[in-house]
Write a protein that binds this ligand. Structure first.
Ligand code: NAD
Length: 307
């Protein structure tokens, strides 16, 4: 297939590389010269503009930082026109950036009004997943468009799920990440409380991982060193998934909570905690490192906490 790929950063670069390796003709564009150099080295045809990348394409994939980048690129700003006007009629636009549900729906409407088709297809799995072609795609949009996209998405990922109509890929992503953030904080609080009461990390892990407290944040991303040797806590919280990215996703969750009018107090509190963490060491540390903020904000042990 002829694919235009825009946004060749940490995620988009290796994703485009995997598409090329699967035999597709990939024309790439990015604003960063370093990203373009890396793409060239991966045998991707690098072009001078986004319009050039989408000219003659059957599918256009975007992997950009945030919703405003996607909407500006699609529809244009100021005197610039957008790529929706530069692509051939009936092009399939797939946006894999993590953006708000209502922004994805706006992108869908813009694309359809311009005579194209659109899928929101955010991913989980991080840079390692992008490099290894093991991403999980959560896809929103028309079923027929989804069926056409599956083979392409499978050359970049391992799991491809159709979540429903436009915006529902982003909805699935935001719900999952809100759940993950809340559970990671809860696991961290339980370990700090256990420490103060005199429990060893290993004992609490052995009990909770075999009881009702069991969850991914405990059994894979355990926030204390020792019980799970591969978790970021064993390497000074090198990410993994950086606190800043979690803060961004929780900002999108907050927008969705507002849109839907849900009483999601835990999600909102998690967002506040991750924004504060991302302002400090969480900018480049794994999100499980929030345990250090919880320790730092805890008072010194009260008399009688340990016996
Ligand atoms: P990144 O900053 O490394 O890459 C984004 C790229 O987009 C940059 O190279 C930038 O130059 C380019 N860009 C911005 N505006 C552009 C424009 N108008 N035209 C062309 N290029 C433009 O970010 P990333 O880590 O690759 O993340 C991309 C998206 O994937 C984000 O929405 C992020 O939330 C999501 N995501 C990231 C991860 C992760 O672990 N990094 C995991 C899951 C999802």
């Amino acid at each position: 297939m002829k694919i235009g790929f825009i946004g060749l950063g940490h995620m988009g670069g290796p994703m485009a590389k995997n598409l090329r390796a699967a035999g597709h003709a990939v024309r790439g564009f990015d604003l960063s010269p370093a990203a373009l150099d890396a793409a060239r080295a991966a045998d991707i045809e690098v072009v001078e503009s986004a319009d050039e990348a989408v000219a003659g394409a059957q599918v256009v994939i975007t992997m950009l930082p945030a919703g405003r980048h996607v909407l500006d690129l699609y529809a244009g700003t100021d005197a610039r026109t957008g790529i929706l006007g530069a692509a051939p009629p009936d092009t399939l636009f797939i946006d894999s950036s993590t953006i708000a549900v209502d922004e994805a729906r706006r992108a869908h409407d813009l694309a359809v009004d311009a005579g194209h088709r659109f899928l929101d297809a955010p991913v989980s799995g991080g840079v390692v997943g992008a490099e290894n072609g093991t991403l999980a795609f959560m896809v929103g949009g028309d079923e027929g468009d989804f069926a056409q996209a599956v083979p392409l998405l499978e050359s970049m990922g391992r799991r491809v799920v159709h979540c429903g109509g436009p915006g529902l890929g982003q909805a699935a992503k935001v719900c999952n990440n809100m759940l993950l953030a809340v559970s990671q904080i809860a696991v961290a609080e339980a370990f700090v409380l256990g420490e103060r009461l005199g429990l060893t990390h290993q004992t609490l892990f052995d009990v909770a991982s075999n009881a009702t407290g069991q969850c991914w944040a405990l059994t894979t991303n355990c926030p204390v060193p020792g019980p799970v040797p591969t978790s970021p806590a064993n390497r000074d919280f090198q990410p993994g998934f950086a606190g800043a990215l979690m803060a961004k996703d929780l900002g999108l969750a907050d927008q969705a909570i507002e849109l839907a009018g849900v009483d999601a107090r835990m999600g909102r509190l998690a967002r506040d905690m991750y924004v504060a963490y991302a302002d400090g060491e969480g900018s480049d540390r794994d999100f499980s490192g929030i345990i250090r903020s919880i320790r730092a904000h805890s008072t010194t042990a009260t008399q009688g906490a340990q016996r």
